[in-house]
Ligand binder design. Structure first.
Ligand code: GLA
Length: 401
């Protein structure tokens, strides 16, 4: 049990005056490589991190759901029957919006969206009312999937309490549906799968078309290495702007190539692609196609030679995101360039981009030197101080108590 577990339980007690029926948690993630490939049916290689979101949950008998969190002043309470009318995104899909409906603060759309999506995924469910108290130490807006962690903790809890019997992949789909349709962020399934399937010292090699997942032992500590997270503190949000535009460009590129998704385009096809589309669309396509190949190369390299050998693939991935997909920002480039100059074996931004965090693969005895160099470079550029910490691959979602 961690301080986050204690915080969730204390919040539950202050909300209800009772002890929770149980405590569930789910982690954030770092993506080692494979960015913006998930919604193109491609490959990703994320791992769960030790930072977790904890949900302390108990049943109530009045058919209402109340969610509270340590990062919001007020709890939100609704009846289970009204879940499908709560979210502006769903209301739009149903026709003209009804302004008399209560607005749900965005943070509450994650757990309530999960309750909604779970009840649809397991029809006939006897969904009782619940109180849910949430605490988290996953940094928000850092590209480390704080949202998938909320979804994973809530989905695991409700799956158990409501005896829904969904497996981990189904719970990941529930989380993504909440994110896509309740919150309105058009994301893929990588984050939810990483949060569900994480294992100590392993990354998850996921085929986002079949959802087949293989664990890839990283052996980072044995190799004398560390993975440093460099959170730039530039906040991002995928429910607005650039993320959806990138996704639309990928869909356009696939349509022009006459394939269901960019997963079906190979590196050899890029010569033909270049003649068929405008420069921007082509560069978006080239990023996804080469990134898929880099994931496959990374998995093979880790298995054959160990994590120490993947540095160049990480660097190539960052260059592709910076130049072709154009989702980096100066703070991320500074973090990556400085880490490499200070001796990192490889570095890249991680997550959706437009802010958030970068990672660096470094020798364990170089953590301090690289951290000092990045901190100094941020100060010299007039950026806010970055938040730097090392992570090790950790366990996925589950019941803790
Ligand atoms: C965000 C999304 C994921 C994925 C990444 C980019 O984290 O939630 O589905 O698309 O961006 O790789």
């Amino acid at each position: 049990m961690t301080a986050t577990h204690d915080a969730a339980k204390a919040l539950f007690r202050s909300l209800t005056g009772q002890e929770p029926a149980g405590v569930w948690s789910a982690p954030g993630r770092v993506n080692l490589i494979g960015e913006h490939t998930d919604y193109n049916d491609g490959f990703v290689l994320p791992f769960a991190i030790p930072h977790r979101t904890v949900a302390a949950v108990g049943a109530r008998d009045d058919g209402r759901i109340r969610v509270a969190s340590t990062f919001a002043d007020d709890a939100v309470e609704v009846s289970i029957d009204e879940l499908s009318t709560l979210f502006p995104t769903l209301r739009q899909a149903q026709g003209p919006s009804d302004e008399t409906q209560p607005a749900v603060p965005e943070w509450a759309a994650y757990p309530l969206g999960v309750a909604w999506a779970l009840s649809l995924a397991a029809p006939g469910l006897d969904a009782t009312g619940v109180d849910i108290a949430i605490a988290s130490d996953v940094p928000v807006g850092a590209g480390l999937s704080s949202s998938a962690a909320i979804e994973g903790a809530t989905a695991s809890a409700l799956n158990d309490l409501w005896s829904a019997g969904l497996d981990r992949t189904a719970l990941a789909r529930v989380g993504r549906r909440a994110e896509n349709e309740a919150v309105g962020a058009p994301t893929g399934i990588m984050d939810q799968m990483a949060s569900m399937l994480g294992e100590a010292d392993a990354a998850i090699f996921l085929d986002c078309r079949s959802l087949e997942a293989q664990l890839v032992r990283l052996g980072v500590a044995e190799a004398g290495l560390e993975i440093l997270v460099m959170d730039t503190r530039v906040k991002h949000a995928h429910s607005s702007g650039g993320y959806g535009e990138r996704r639309a460009a990928c869909e356009r590129g696939a349509a022009i190539m006459g394939v269901p998704s960019l997963r079906d385009v190979s590196v050899a096809d890029l010569v033909r692609a270049e003649d068929l589309m405008d420069d921007v669309t082509f560069r978006r396509v080239r990023h996804v196609v080469t990134e898929n190949q880099r994931v496959l190369d990374t998995v093979r390299t880790v298995r054959e030679q160990g994590a120490r050998a993947i540095g160049d693939l990480l660097v190539a991935s960052h260059a592709s995101m910076r130049d072709d997909f154009e989702i980096s920002v100066p703070e991320l480039d500074t973090a990556v360039d400085t880490a490499l100059a200070a001796g990192a074996l490889g570095a890249r931004m991680t997550g959706g981009g437009f802010g958030g965090a970068a990672i660096a693969l470094i020798e364990a005895d170089a953590v301090q030197a690289v951290s000092d160099a990045v901190t100094a470079a941020f100060a010299a550029s007039g950026f806010d101080a970055p938040h730097l910490f090392t992570v090790t691959p950790a366990a996925g979602a589950g019941r803790d108590a």
